[in-house]
Design a protein around this ligand. Sequence first.
Ligand code: AKG
Ligand code: FE2
Length: 432
Amino acid sequence: MKGTPTPPDPLGSLRTAAGSGVPEAMFKLAVGLVTQQRFEEAFDLHRQAAEAGHVGAQIELARMLMHGIAGDPDPRLAVHWLERAETAGQPIAGYYLAMMQLGTVAMPRDGLINHRVLAAVQADFPPAIRAAAIHFGRKQSDADQTVCLQLLSRGSNLGDVVAAQLLAERLQRGEGCQPQPQAAAQLRAQLAAVGHKPLPSISVPIPPLVLPLRESGRVEPGVLALEEVLQPAPMQVMSRRPHVMRIDKLLSADECRLLVAHAQPNLRRSQTVDPETGQPVALEIRTSSDASVDPITEDLALRMVQLRMARSARVELSHAEHLTVLRYEPGEEYRPHRDYRPPSSIERDRPEAGNRARTICVYLNDVEAGGETDFPLAGVRIAPVAGRAVVFDNLFNDGRPDPESLHAGLPIAHGEKWLATLWLRERRYRHY
Ligand SMILES: O=C(O)CCC(=O)C(=O)O
Ligand SMILES: [Fe+2]
């Protein structure tokens, strides 16, 4: 039959080698099939290569299992494969285990997290370097600040764009170092050349650290102690009914910048759940743009920030929906609304997790004018200040919706407002 000739199969030679059971060929073919979105075939090949002892395939198989690509999520089986790869000497497997440990669903959150992250840093894995840099950047001592900068430049030299963005901000402002505007400008020019917009101006004083004391009775500088994230930050009650709280300096400048950097390339016009149909639609009630963190692109640093937020709201990370980062420009707002969802919308998105019990929002920058979060029935209005969080209950303790949780993001008068929102369900929402 005449017609268009069949295009040559770019994976052809790999198929031959994979067909004769060469693990490296099966792995490479699977990676190629993933880029063509042929997930079932890829999963099968990764599984065969993993069983033959290929550590790369063990990790990729585990990642597919974590996210439920080509089947239902199976975090426990993912742990099994990651542990095998880690035992075979692959520290990147340990990094993914540490990510899972933070959620405590499939693994306990124990001291191995620090060992694992450190090993991945030593193996030059950029996402581990970025998370460690941000961790050290929260500590006040000069030694820790220097480690933060060293790690950011190491990440940046390895091609990590976010590390480069964070480094440029620190060099520009002289955070943890002398101001180096020329070096910052050079870095920013390189970033602009590959399409990265400059970050908004963000500044948060480093908060005093409430660290669990080590055996020596003090916290050694230069020591990775990621359990710091678990220390609940002091909060101020703004209203008892409805229950509204405020936490200042919850996130550091690096953490705020990280969230903006992650969201900025993916912003779209915000959508709101239509109360009639439960479907997401663009409505005048909410005119911002936003981007939510896709679990597949979620890295350790992003997970640490979300754990800090959930922990401060006294809720398990696994109860959190995916983090949403919002940007409001002048005139944009989120008119008075409540965060609990109509039953029709809950039914479409993990009904077993229940409704949105609490919300935590963190302001990621200072707004020139406007943009307060207003609770009209509580008579409370919270000014957007970088790093500050507002936490509020949407339900009563017995699970009934609290109509007094009504709140609004007031219109921006000048400047722009960046905000990160985590909606926390009554029960577990995430797989790990
Ligand atoms: O923009 C604000 O201050 C409030 C945001 C909000 O209500 C939400 O994200 O649910
Ligand atoms: Fe809200």
